[in-house]
Write a new protein. Structure first.
Lengths: 176, 182
């Protein structure tokens, strides 16, 4: 940058200031070494590897414990037999039973998820037990006769209807 | 840039860096030393990384300026917490004061009386021989603002020295110098 006039004079004053500062500047090595001494040393590679391994183990064990606590609850969900579930859902009763068991084990977020699962199971049970109101029209009156066997307590005459006819009886019938 | 390479470059710039640190710390030598050491520490720790987007000098000066401001803020906070008077370390060194010429003493006083931005601009331009654009990069402000600070600072410095009524062989031109190449 080119200076002229009073700028040159200002620069002269600054130059004098600069010369004075130069004589009193601390050595670079002194400040650099002090800074290096204050730099925290990085842990060696092996130590870092061990730290990472420990962190991974902790995370894995945490996941394992979580899944272990989650398992009994899923058993409850899976073991609900469909015939036990009433046609009209009574979710409050079941939910309270289940939540009573798992209240201490499950965190609120997980319990919300399970509640959703239970609602889904109840709805599935309701659907499986559903019957059409016109189902009765599919039954004919003869279904009961055709679908049943003769009983031992029936009269002999009635039983004879089911026996094959003998030859002499056939002759009698022809004479008549 | 490798750290050994950077170290060599920093060593070359060390004197200029210290001069700039002194200016940022209101000519307090021990504070300037501490600031410069903190800057080197930041570089070693990787907190301040030179990406080659500007000149190394402008980058380094910007880091020094920021560090000095942070250190000053911390000092003010510390003094507020301890409820004592602000920890203004005396920058005057008696034996040094005696060595200084009267003109130099008056010049320092006039410089100290300037607003921070104007003082910084004049230092970067006259002491460090940076261009206005580079000064703007260091100060993180626009080129226009630097020009304004430069002109105002120059005028104020001249007025301040005139007021002292000293004539130490420097005849100030009364007319504004418009032909300056920036």
């Amino acid at each position: 940058m080119e200076f002229s006039g009073d700028e040159k004079k200002i620069q002269a004053l600054f130059s004098e200031l600069s010369l004075e500062n130069q004589t009193r500047t601390p050595r670079f090595e002194k400040l650099w070494l002090r800074a290096e001494a204050n730099t925290p040393t990085r842990p060696p590679l092996v130590t870092r590897f061990v730290l990472v391994a420990i962190a991974v183990i902790v995370v894995m064990s945490f996941i394992a414990v979580r899944s272990w606590f989650a398992a009994p609850d899923s058993q409850y969900s899976a073991n609900i037999p469909s015939q036990i579930v009433p046609t009209t859902p009574q979710p409050r009763v079941q939910h309270s039973d289940l939540s009573a068991v798992s209240r201490d084990l499950v965190r609120p977020r997980r319990s919300a998820r399970r509640q959703t699962e239970r609602t889904a199971i109840n709805q599935a049970a309701m659907l499986s037990n559903w019957q059409s109101p016109t189902n009765i029209l599919l039954n004919s009156p003869t279904v009961s006769v055709l679908g049943s066997l003769p009983q031992l307590t029936q009269s002999a005459i009635a039983l004879e209807q089911f026996l094959p006819k003998k030859n002499n009886e056939l002759i009698k019938e022809s004479k008549q | 840039m490798e750290i050994s390479e950077l170290k060599a470059e920093l060593e070359k710039l060390h004197q200029a860096s210290f001069g700039w640190a002194l200016n940022c710390c209101r000519h307090n030598r021990s504070e300037a030393e501490e600031v410069l050491q903190t800057v080197y520490l930041k570089i070693l720790q990787g907190k301040a990384i030179y990406r080659g987007e500007s000149k190394l000098q402008t980058w380094l000066f910007a880091v020094i300026r920021k560090t000095a401001a942070t250190e000053h803020r911390k000092q003010v906070l510390r003094s507020l917490i301890t409820l004592g008077s602000p920890a203004e370390k005396s920058s005057s060194e008696p034996e040094l004061e005696l060595e200084r010429s009267d003109l130099q003493r008056r010049f320092r006083q006039a410089l100290a009386g300037l607003p921070k931005r104007q003082r910084e601009t004049l230092h970067l331009v006259f002491y460090q021989d940076l261009s206005v654009t580079e000064a703007a990069q260091v100060m993180n402000i626009s080129v226009g603002s630097v020009r304004r600070h430069y002109e105002r600072g120059k005028k104020r410095l001249r007025e301040s020295l005139d007021r002292e009524g000293v004539d130490y062989g420097i005849q100030w031109r009364r007319k504004e110098n418009s032909g300056v190449v920036l």
